[in-house]
Design a binder for this molecule. Structure first.
Ligand code: NAP
Length: 242
């Protein structure tokens, strides 16, 4: 059985991605941190596509939880192959750097950058053995351009972009591709508190994007059609920044 692991699969871009990958025939490991109700909803939407869904609750920023829960699943399911990994889990905790707390820094770097490291380290060896794999990291326009009030988030996402490019070169010979998608403003819980009416005036397309529009690009990069693309960052931002 071929599996795709989507971190932060319970809501937003992760949910939309889980559904698209299920439609491609993958069974989905839906990771989440705490929102079991929403994770369960994603699982139902996945099974409606005709594949299996399993919930895996762990905090990607915790090495202990990643190794115990994800490592435990891998140990118990050695006949199952994780062919696709989408490192999507992430949070923002904005504030100007001069007032940023240690917690704001650690939480944001932990969920995006440490999470990418802990999860990918576990998964990539199986892909190398099988000589096939697709890793897609969800970064952000903030990590390309830098956004004021988001030094922690910009640094975390820029870190993942560097990691994407470096890892792509480490594993290319073994048929494993590593790419990133960099969304601009996408309508999800993460952007719920933003003033969409004001911000959309800055976007050439004059609207926020939808989670499904990001998921379509992730699904393409996760497919065998994207076999000669690696180390790339694809922006999805309605023309806001290129
Ligand atoms: P969202 O709707 O807030 O969903 C966040 C997801 O990440 C949830 O499934 C959440 O799980 C999970 N999560 C958060 N911290 C986690 C952790 N430490 N361990 C495991 N899971 C964790 O956010 P979204 O907008 O879909 O964002 C998804 C990704 O896109 C993030 O990496 C974000 O930085 C990136 N992004 C978003 C936008 C945007 O405009 N929305 C733009 C650029 C980039 P629970 O449900 O359990 O809390």
């Amino acid at each position: 059985m071929k599996y795709a692991l989507v971190t932060g699969g319970s809501r937003g871009i992760g949910r939309a991605t889980s559904i698209k990958l299920a439609a491609m025939g993958y069974s989905i490991l839906v990771n989440y941190k705490s929102n079991e109700t929403e994770a369960q909803k994603t699982a139902e939407l996945v099974t409606a596509q005709g594949t299996a869904a399993e919930l895996l609750k762990f905090d990607v920023s915790s090495k202990e939880e990643v190794d115990r829960v994800l490592g435990g699943w891998m140990e118990a399911n050695q006949e199952k192959t994780i062919e696709v990994l989408v490192n999507n889990a992430g949070i923002r905790q904005d504030g100007l750097l001069m007032w940023m707390t240690d917690e704001q820094w650690k939480n944001v770097l932990g969920s995006s950058l440490d999470g990418f490291f802990y999860v990918t380290r576990l998964i990539v060896s199986g892909m190398l053995t099988k000589k096939y794999g697709r890793i897609v990291n969800v970064v952000s326009l903030s990590g390309l351009k830098g956004l004021p009030g988001q030094v922690n988030y910009s640094a975390a996402k820029a870190g993942v972009i560097g990691g994407t490019k470096a890892l792509a070169q480490e594993v290319a010979r073994r048929g494993v591709t590593v790419n990133a998608v960099a969304p601009g403003f996408i309508r999800t819980d993460m952007t719920h508190d933003l003033k969409e009416d004001e911000l959309k005036k800055l976007i050439p397309m004059q609207r926020f994007g939808e989670a499904e529009e990001v998921a379509d690009v992730i699904a393409f990069l996760a497919s065998d059609k994207a076999s000669y693309i690696t180390g790339e960052v694809v922006s999805i931002n309605g023309g806001l920044y290129s």
